[in-house]
Design a protein around this ligand. Structure first.
Ligand code: UDP
Ligand code: MG
Length: 310
């Protein structure tokens, strides 16, 4: 029988772990595959790890030395998964386990390498957040050649081959929506409605999401660098004509010493554009800096569970 590894990143999910496991186990009983759960405790400060350890047979756990973020937790899980198929899902039951049989069937059919879930609505989400999210997807798909699907969740099930491909991308700044798409393979999209969290609250504030969106753009597109150069060139052209205009005016009519307020405006504007472009450069430089350090993506403090020792 095929082995399915289910990776569950958990950060402060003490109230969600048990309900999740109960519902997922019920579904997996009739799945026709062996299942190993890999719970990754992403440096939780509450009783998440203790709850995970109580779950019992078929469960392995990894505990990271601090909070490394969901992307790192997922990577840790992937590295430790041994299944022929690997699934990633959230602990908060926003990824309904009932879809697992459908996802597994798609991957097993050989017609698809990966089955992923995308939500078709954003019910229960503040409208302003949905609006920003939609604009982000529009923007990133214009700027990057890697297609990033709107509403795609990280909930997916893939073959061993695809999981290995993802493991080869060892970059430090991980934007998994882009990574999943970058490695290619045939992905089947399964649509579902948005589900509210079972317990606890989302770890994503609006500001964190905004930074994450910026990370995504910078990791998968160099278009902002091009914008900086184009903007700079355009402004040079404008100032070139402006200089000709000023010189000609001085020669023909004389007396161009007036108009210092407009000069101040121009200086301020140009200073702003320069800072903007330097900022873009800085973003890329910062990311490059982090990458060249070749720091590990996560650090393990403890692991255990079925066959997990050692
Ligand atoms: N998560 C994690 N590390 C973090 C933040 C979140 O492992 O630093 C986990 C979290 O426990 C959950 C999943 O990632 O299982 C999704 O998080 P959340 O529900 O907060 O995100 P949302 O569903 O609101 O996008
Ligand atoms: Mg959630």
């Amino acid at each position: 029988m095929a082995l399915l590894s289910i990776i569950v990143p958990c950060y402060n999910e003490e109230d969600a772990v048990e309900p999740f496991f109960a519902r997922a186990s019920a579904v997996c009983a009739g799945l026709g595959a062996d299942v190993e759960y890999i719970f990754v405790d992403d440096g939780s400060q509450d009783g998440t790890l203790a709850r995970i350890k109580e779950l019992g047979a078929g469960v392995r756990w990894l505990s990271l030395s601090r909070n490394f973020g969901k992307e790192a937790a997922m990577f840790a899980g992937l590295e430790h998964a041994r299944g022929d198929y690997v699934a990633v899902m959230d602990a908060d039951l926003q990824d309904p386990p009932e879809l697992l049989p459908q996802l597994l069937a798609a991957a097993e059919s050989g017609q698809w390498d990966c089955a992923a879930v995308r939500r078709v609505d954003r019910k229960g989400e503040p409208p302003i957040r949905s609006w920003f999210a939609r604009q982000f997807y529009k923007l990133i798909n214009k700027m990057s050649r890697t297609e990033i699907v709107d509403g795609a969740r990280d909930y997916r099930l893939m073959t061993r081959q695809m999981a290995d491909a993802i493991l080869r991308l060892t970059e430090y700044n991980r934007f998994s929506k882009g990574i999943f798409s970058w490695v290619g393979f045939r992905t089947k999209w399964v649509e579902t409605e948005n589900v509210r969290r079972a317990a606890g609250e989302s770890k994503w504030s609006f500001f964190k999401l905004l930074l994450y969106a910026l990370d995504g753009i910078i990791a998968f597109s160099t278009a902002p660098l091009a914008i900086a150069s184009v903007l700079g060139l355009a402004l040079c052209a404008v100032s070139f004509f402006a200089i000709i205009f000023v010189v000609v005016r001085q020669l023909v009519w004389g007396g161009s010493a007036f108009g210092w307020p407009s000069l101040v405006c121009i200086i301020l504007f140009l200073a702003g554009v320069q800072l903007f472009c330097i900022g873009i450069l800085g973003q890329y430089l910062a990311k490059t800096y982090l990458e060249v350090k070749k720091r590990p993506i996560y650090i393990l403090r403890e692991q255990g569970g079925d066959h997990g020792q050692g």
